[in-house]
Write a protein that binds this ligand. Structure first.
Ligand SMILES: Nc1nc2c(c(=O)[nH]1)N[C@H]1C(S)=C(S)[C@@H](COP(=O)(O)OP(=O)(O)OC[C@H]3O[C@@H](n4cnc5c(N)ncnc54)[C@H](O)[C@@H]3O)O[C@H]1N2
Ligand code: MOO
Length: 449
């Protein structure tokens, strides 16, 4: 077992291509995982920046340095409910010999007009309210008799100023309980750098400095579309031979998780004309289209039928990869000269998800301009023997713990969604390995951030 040395699924990182050379000369080309990934990423760039309203910008990266155009706080204000005083008036004050001050006014947060506090005077002030001229500090209401003479401070603060007098029971130091103008942010400060990921606190800061919108790299809009006449939507009755459409949920959730805006279009039937029409409809709201199913060699492989070569909607290449699961894949640009990338994933649920993680997620991360395009890869020792088909890189589901322990979860079958949901990593068996002895160190793709 080794520590979690981090690598990535970067194409340059791990392919030797030896399995390719083992295939018969006449056989159709089989792509390695790395060749396919490189081909998919070759035409993908970060999306052009746009101006978005703050809440629409959540999860996006800034495309500008944000500089404060004003101070925060914008004015000196009180951090406590109490009395704004002149400090000289409170020197030597005690409970027995309090400073008795005349209350000249009441200052709530948001107050525009402020009373002047002269010698022997105080102004009742609330948290966040501006300091009045003449005052040098705030005596919290707990340090006073509350202005009523009863000493019941909390009650006194909810009642209007009535007594016109307050007794301060202890000295108040200069500046006490004042939040100074510009003490958080000063005009001209660079408060957020370009490239910053915008979450709740960054959006709050932008709002605090008065920005209503910001320039960001937008989240890619991903349309996820599952095909298959056998699909019914979850919750609907499942007839003979039918199954619930799970891929559109897995893939839409995975797209959201990768940082995209995702639209789920579930259950397009095995009819090429219908699929083309649906794609035509969806093109307007997509930066990327992901389909599942219909890419193999069956009689009803609708995605292939609708899109292979120039199927009217674009040009998608259907190919076989040296991997398991996920052998059949399609990739191309559809929708006219500008072209939107379309990745056609195999229908088997595990194949679809692993294909998403290896190929679609990096596309989304590239479009976002994210620094981490690929899932992290660590090295760990596999405690059991694994078997794998020759010439295919196998991705087995596993569980990896932070202390570096690894165990496979479930079997090889690409229909095993139960095991998939328990897994948090993919155990990689290289193309040239058919028997991996127990205790061998392997690459492990971590599926959680
Ligand atoms: N003769 C051959 N048959 C198959 C080959 C092959 O090389 N030769 N490859 C196999 C491999 S590997 C895969 S992967 C699948 C890929 O097939 P398709 O992409 O055409 O997928 P479908 O046939 O549409 O479906 C396969 C399987 O997955 C289920 N499925 C499909 N969509 C969903 C969904 N949205 N939610 C849940 N489950 C779904 C579907 O019912 C099938 O059971 O081809 C092999 N065959
Ligand atoms: O390669 Mo398929 O994707 O095994 O199940």
């Amino acid at each position: 077992m080794t520590g979690p040395t981090e690598r990535t699924t970067d194409p340059a990182a791990c392919c030797d291509g030896t399995a390719d050379q083992a295939s018969p000369v006449a056989a159709p080309r089989m792509w390695t995982v790395d060749e396919h990934l490189a081909d998919v990423l070759a035409g993908v760039t970060v999306l052009p920046a746009i101006e978005l309203q703050l809440l629409d910008a959540q999860g996006c990266r800034l495309d500008e340095d944000v500089v404060a155009t004003g101070d925060l706080p914008p004015f000196d204000n009180s951090s406590m409910d109490g009395y704004a005083v002149r400090t000289a008036d409170t020197v030597g004050a005690t409970g027995e010999y309090p400073s008795v001050l005349t209350v000249v006014g009441d200052i709530a947060a948001g107050a525009g007009e402020l009373p002047k506090v002269g010698p022997g005077q105080a102004a009742r002030i609330m948290t966040g309210a501006p300091m009045p001229p003449g005052a040098e500090a705030v005596a919290p209401v707990e340090w006073t008799d509350g202005g009523t003479g009863t000493g019941r401070a909390a009650e006194a603060m909810t009642a209007p100023v009535a007594d016109e007098e307050v007794r301060v029971l202890r000295p108040v130091a200069p500046g006490a309980h004042i939040r100074r103008r510009g003490s958080d942010i000063a005009t001209g400060d660079r408060i957020l750098d370009a490239g910053t990921l915008l979450g709740p606190t960054q959006l709050g800061l932008l709002a605090a400095v008065g920005r209503g919108s910001v320039r960001v790299r937008p989240r890619p809009r991903v349309v996820v579309l599952s095909t298959g006449s056998e699909l019914v939507q979850p919750g609907e009755p499942v007839g003979p031979g039918q199954i619930s459409d799970s891929n559109s949920f897995t893939l839409t959730a995975a797209a959201l998780d990768a940082g995209a805006v995702a639209y789920r279009v579930g259950g397009v039937p095995d009819d090429a004309a219908v699929l083309r029409a649906v794609l035509e409809d969806q093109l307007g709201r997509a930066d990327l289209i992901v389909t599942s199913g219909g890419v193999s060699v069956g009689a009803y492989d609708v995605v292939k039928e609708a899109l292979q070569g120039d199927g009217g909607a674009g040009s998608v290449d259907f190919r076989k990869l040296r991997m398991q699961p996920g052998k059949p894949q399609g990739f191309g640009m559809i929708g006219g000269p500008a072209g939107i990338p379309l990745l056609a994933l195999p229908g088997n649920p595990v194949s679809a998800y692993i294909s998403f993680e290896l190929f679609v997620r990096p596309v989304i991360r590239t479009m976002l301009g994210a620094p981490d395009v690929h899932r992290p890869v660590v090295r760990a020792v596999c405690p059991v023997e694994l078997r794998s088909p020759a010439g295919r890189r196998q991705f087995l589901r596993g569980r990896y713990t932070p202390d570096g322990r690894l165990e496979p979860v479930g079997g090889e079958g690409s229909h095993l969604v139960g095991a998939l949901a328990r897994a948090n990593c993919l155990i990689t068996v290289p193309e040239e390995v058919t028997v991996l002895p127990a205790g061998t160190e392997v690459d492990v793709v971590l599926l959680t951030a």
